[in-house]
Design a protein around this ligand. Sequence first.
Ligand SMILES: [Zn+2]
Length: 311
Amino acid sequence: MKDPISELIACVVQDELSKNLFCLSKEPITYRKVNYTAPGHRKNSLYEADDYITETLESYGYKVEKEKCSAQAFRRDTSKPLASQYSSPMPEDPFYDIYNLYAKKEGSKYPDKIIVFIAHKDSQSWIDSPGAYDNAVGTVAIMEIARIIKDYPSNCSFWFIFCNEEHTPWTSVTAAQNAKSRGDNIVAVFNIDSLGGKSYEDIDSGKKTNVTLYTTPEGEKIADMMSLVNKKYKIGLDQRKCMRSSPGDDDGSFINAGFLNAIVNVGSFPYMDPNYHAETDIPEFVDIQNVFMSTKLSLACGVYFDINYKP
Ligand SMILES: [Zn+2]
């Protein structure tokens, strides 16, 4: 059989990524936080983002399911460094209904085996940041991957999950725990967060970076697959893997629920974006070409995993 990966990654459109990025982190939606409603708007900005993501996925032919969770906004502690000014809410702070969004595509050979792509779609609930790198880029990368493989006859099923990680508790925990209690057969989890975010030094030297973080031996195999695919399909990223000592981020929610085949793709590690968690995390600062290449790599690896999957 012909290898479909080169053709699929050639379908990633940089302008599509850019359009969705600016729509979700500048205009018409500036923030994606449940505790912020733009002046004159009827819905809070997180619900507006949910509507935008849902309508876009529906235009690709998906049916979007919602999973209700309850969460609070973080408080802000300005005595801490800017990157970590989130602090626990107080019990009297309001609880909000916030949602995970699911778009699913059924596999033809192993429909009960599921490859998950997940990104947190919300922006920081404690500060007015557009969260362009963190994590509008991961959101638009997964929307683009979903668009491209909609009609590709994959062996396994693909689930695209859009969760919330900048409110508390993280809603990926609900997604992972529900998957566990249903007995879902998740064979891989690709978390996509802050693609292309890196230091001024790396920006100035024109580096295009991607780091795959893993916690488990199963995750390390996927990280090695990322490197292999980067070379095999000549994607051209400065790709490396890095082990973290304990599960973190939305991939960690799945590892903690017993799904050990989980990794996260990020732009740098330790994360070096100078505008991290700041009001200045704006889409104009995003290295969209890096996001474009990293989207190709994540798509290529997901499909490579699917083609080589053996139950
Ligand atoms: Zn964050």
